[in-house]
Structure formats: structure tokens, C-alpha cells
Design a protein around this ligand. Structure first.
Ligand SMILES: NC(=O)c1ccc[n+]([C@@H]2O[C@H](COP(=O)([O-])OP(=O)(O)OC[C@H]3O[C@@H](n4cnc5c(N)ncnc54)[C@H](O)[C@@H]3O)[C@@H](O)[C@H]2O)c1
Length: 455
């Protein structure tokens, strides 16, 4: 390398950095769901021109009409982003116009609970032919360590225009290369205690130049970026965070079941323990794990660990306890009905809340769905109410075909089950009107009534 080529070498990265700092870079966001849509809005709000991509034509057309399909995102925010240039499309040829491309596609489990990377593979296949020199590609989907390097980059390299390659550490950054990084999404939907821009953004570049570009991109919308040494370290960081939650929730669920046998109020215990100013973080029991992340992500790591002949015992045990919670709830409902000389079979049961947690409209992996299915299996007549989800149709793991029932005839039900503690519910009224209440979330805390059974 001579001095002249060194001068040229930095130019491509410098040019991209300048564009990112000046917010004149164009950013493509692929997958306009719970992660990709808010991210697009955040980028638009920062003054960046965003082109959204999604294979779901109905989402694209709604966004093109300025309409939101996510409860907590008002349509006015879509309209505002549109006035700043935000557009949605299924036309992947527009990838070539972008300076940076962020992938926010799903990473679920297959029927056999193995990682399903088909969405990442499909996206890589769709964008590769349109890649060009100097672009930055960032994967945000939660996945096992090695996905960026072992799955994403090989597809991009194989299908991109001839001569173009992902930039490797030590290679010429001013060559015919694009740059690749991994940066996990760490948002907690419905949690408004921390503004999104105040959640530090972890970034791992496939090469130092890729890391530099990704940091510049995310610095436009996040207060702090945290660079790690590799894409694998960034992938593992996200899994550590979610496994930490999963294991601690399992622990507190186990202690809840024990406390109930011992006649101790676990919620009182957690509140007391949480007064310790160090060494303890409160986690709360519930009817089981839900959402796209905590019930799924740990199994991405246990699957990958098998390649290394390693058995992830904590993950398996936590999974076992958490997955058993809907059964525990159904058993508690049976025991509660038994005290009033009724059985699940033939009882009318109202389940409150089908979203996987309070104040959101997301029912992916929600334990409420499993509880409803189990109650129906035991021949209960089940209705549900959820202010955020007027209907529950068919998903990957359920087929309910139900409509939310109004909260007007609570006395008609033999049992009301609080599965999700939405803030909209008036718990005092629910307890006073219902015949029997099984509370899985301690939502009736402070209400004294013999009708309440905590589980
Ligand atoms: N939802 C969360 O709170 C959250 C938090 C942190 C991380 N994550 C992770 O972020 C990723 C995305 O999650 P999400 O909740 O936004 O999922 P989502 O299902 O809400 O959205 C994904 C979007 O990608 C689209 N899509 C699928 N395949 C595509 C393709 N080939 N090309 C273009 N678009 C495609 C879908 O139509 C959908 O609109 C997942 O890996 C998830 O684990 C999610």
C-alpha cells in the first residue's frame, strides 16, 4: 500500500461518514413490523430520508395511505414521517438507492423449536442483486452468534453483482465492497420508562470500517453507541440480555409456586427484596412467557450450543418452568371453581387480556392463547376481552377465531381470569361484579375480597 492508495482507501468510508453525519444518507429499513416501523419513524424524525421495504402488501399500502397498523403508533406519526420523505414499498430494486440498509425481519422458531432463519435468508436473497459499492448493511434481528457471518454474508456475497464483496477486516475499504454489521434491537414495547434514544445501541462490525459506519448511522438517533469487537459479540449480547430475563422470570415463577404452598405472598416478598439498593433486580411472576423475544431467543443459543457439544442447562430448565405456567394457571382455575362446587367442564370463563403483556396489541406467543386453548380442551365455554385486540384469529401456534366480548355481563361468568393486567381495566369494578376472579398478575393488589384467587 503506498501513500496515494492510502489516501484513496479512506475516501469511500469518509464519504459515507460525511453523509451519515450530515443526515443526507438515504436509509432503507427492511421489515416494517414492531421493530422496523418505529425505527423508520425515529430516523425520519431525525431528518433522514427513509425507504421502508416489506413483503406484506397490506402493510405497504396502509403506510402509503398514511395509516398505522400498530396500536401505539398513531397515524399522525406516519403522516409526519411521510412529509419527511418516508415511503414504503415491496420493490427491492430501490435498495440500490440506499446508503444504508437495516434488516428488521422476524426470527421465529420452527415447529421443532429450531431457529427459523428463512426470513433473513429471503431478505438477503432479495437485496443482494441490488447492492452496490460503499453501502452499509446492518442486521438487527435477534439471532444466534454467527448468523451475520455464516448466513447473511455468504448469501449477499454469492448473489450480489459480480466483483462486489462484503468488506473483510484487513481488506481495502475503498475496494469494490459493501460493509456489514450487526446491531441488536433492545426495545421493550410498552415500557415508557426509558426513551428509545436513551437505550444505548450495541454495534458489532464485520470489519472496523463497517463498525465505524454503523456507529455513525445510529449516532443520528441514539444518544450512545457501544461498539463491540465482532458481529458475534453483538449477537451474543442480545441473547445474554434475554436469557437473563428468561432465567430470572423462571426463578420467580418457581418461587411463586412454592410461596403459594407455604402461604407466603410472593409479591410482598419481591417488593421487600427490591428495597435492597444493590445486588437484586425485581422480576415478576406471571401466567407464562410471551412476546417475540423471551420465549424464543434463548432457544437460538441452545440450538447453536449443540454445534459445540454444549448443553445449555439454565436455558432448558428456565424454558421448562416457564412453559409449564399456563398449565399451572389452568389447574388453579380448576381448583378455584372447585371451591364453589363447579368444574372447568361446562363453566363460563372470561379471560381478560390476550396481549402477551399489558398495554400493547401484540399477542405473539401470549400465554393467554394457550390458557384459552387448554380451557376449551377441558370443555369450558371461554370468552375473552382485550381492549387492544378486538379479534384473535389464527397464528403459527393457535387457531381461535374469537372476538373480544364487552365487559358488560361479568356476573354471567363462573370465573374471570386476569391473564394480562392492562391499565385500562377497572379492577375494583371487575372484582365487585364477577363471581370469582383468578388473578395471575397481582392486578387486584390492594382489593380485599374472598372472590379473588391469586395464582
Ligand atoms: N418486537 C419486539 O419488541 C422486538 C424487540 C427486540 C428485538 N426484536 C427482534 O426484531 C426482529 C423483528 O421483530 P418484529 O417484532 O419487528 O417482527 P414483526 O413480525 O413485527 O415484523 C417483521 C416484518 O418483516 C416483514 N418481512 C418478513 N419477511 C420479509 C422479507 N423477506 N422482506 C421484507 N420484509 C419482510 C414482515 O411482513 C413484517 O412486517 C426479530 O428478530 C425480533 O426477535 C423484536
Amino acid at each position: 500500500m503506498n501513500t496515494a492508495s492510502l489516501a484513496i482507501q479512506t475516501s469511500q468510508v469518509d464519504l459515507q461518514l460525511q453523509k451519515l453525519h450530515a443526515k443526507t444518507a438515504k436509509v432503507g429499513v427492511i421489515g416494517l413490523g414492531y421493530v422496523g416501523l418505529p425505527l423508520s419513524l425515529l430516523l425520519s424524525e431525525a431528518g433522514i430520508t427513509v425507504q421502508g421495504f416489506d413483503i406484506d402488501g397490506s402493510k405497504v399500502s396502509q403506510l402509503e395511505q398514511g395509516t398505522s397498523y400498530i396500536y401505539r403508533i398513531p397515524s399522525t406519526e406516519i403522516e409526519r414521517a411521510r412529509s419527511q420523505g418516508f415511503r414504503a414499498t415491496s420493490d427491492f430494486s430501490l435498495i440500490s438507492e440506499q446508503d444504508a440498509i437495516i434488516l428488521c425481519v422476524p426470527t421465529p422458531l420452527t415447529e421443532h423449536r429450531d431457529p427459523d432463519l428463512s426470513f433473513i435468508e429471503c431478505t438477503a436473497t432479495n437485496i443482494a442483486p441490488w447492492l452496490r459499492r460503499g453501502q452499509l448493511v446492518v442486521l438487527e434481528s435477534t439471532t444466534y452468534p454467527g448468523t451475520t457471518e455464516e448466513i447473511l454474508i455468504p448469501i449477499l456475497n454469492r448473489l450480489c453483482p459480480e466483483g462486489l464483496r462484503a468488506h473483510e477486516q484487513g481488506a481495502d475499504p475503498d475496494g469494490n465492497v459493501f460493509f456489514v454489521a450487526f446491531s441488536p434491537e433492545r426495545e421493550d414495547p410498552g415500557n415508557n420508562t426509558v426513551a428509545r434514544r436513551d437505550i444505548p445501541k450495541v454495534i458489532g462490525g464485520h470489519s472496523p470500517a463497517a463498525g465505524l459506519l454503523a456507529s455513525a448511522l445510529y449516532s443520528t438517533i441514539f444518544g450512545k453507541t457501544v461498539s463491540v469487537s465482532s458481529t458475534q459479540a453483538a449477537e451474543m449480547t442480545k441473547l445474554l440480555e434475554n436469557i437473563y430475563r428468561c432465567v430470572n422470570i423462571a426463578l420467580v415463577n418457581e418461587l411463586k409456586m412454592l410461596s403459594q404452598r407455604m402461604g407466603i405472598d410472593i409479591w410482598e416478598v419481591i417488593d421487600a427484596a427490591a428495597t435492597k439498593p444493590f445486588g437484586f433486580q425485581a422480576f415478576y411472576p406471571g401466567p407464562g412467557l410471551g412476546g417475540h423475544c423471551i420465549p424464543i431467543d434463548p432457544f437460538y443459543l441452545s440450538w447453536k450450543a449443540r454445534e459445540w457439544n454444549f448443553h445449555t442447562r439454565f436455558i432448558e430448565l428456565a424454558g421448562e418452568i416457564n412453559e409449564g405456567m399456563p398449565d399451572y394457571v389452568v389447574q388453579a382455575i380448576g381448583e378455584a371453581l372447585n371451591t364453589v362446587r363447579k368444574s372447568i367442564n361446562g363453566s363460563r370463563i372470561l379471560v381478560l387480556g390476550v396481549a402477551y403483556k399489558k398495554d400493547i396489541d401484540d399477542l405473539r406467543e401470549s400465554p393467554s392463547l394457550e390458557i384459552i386453548e387448554k380451557l376449551q380442551h377441558e370443555r369450558a365455554l371461554v370468552d375473552y376481552n382485550d381492549p387492544y385486540l378486538p379479534t384473535v384469529g389464527r397464528g403459527r401456534h393457535y387457531n381461535l377465531g374469537m372476538t373480544s366480548t364487552p365487559l358488560t355481563h361479568l356476573a354471567d361468568y363462573d370465573c374471570v381470569v386476569i391473564a394480562t393486567d392492562h391499565s385500562d381495566y377497572d379492577y375494583a369494578t371487575i372484582v365487585s361484579e364477577a363471581n370469582l376472579v383468578v388473578d395471575t398478575r397481582n392486578a387486584t393488589r390492594g382489593i380485599v375480597s374472598t372472590k379473588i384467587v391469586h395464582c
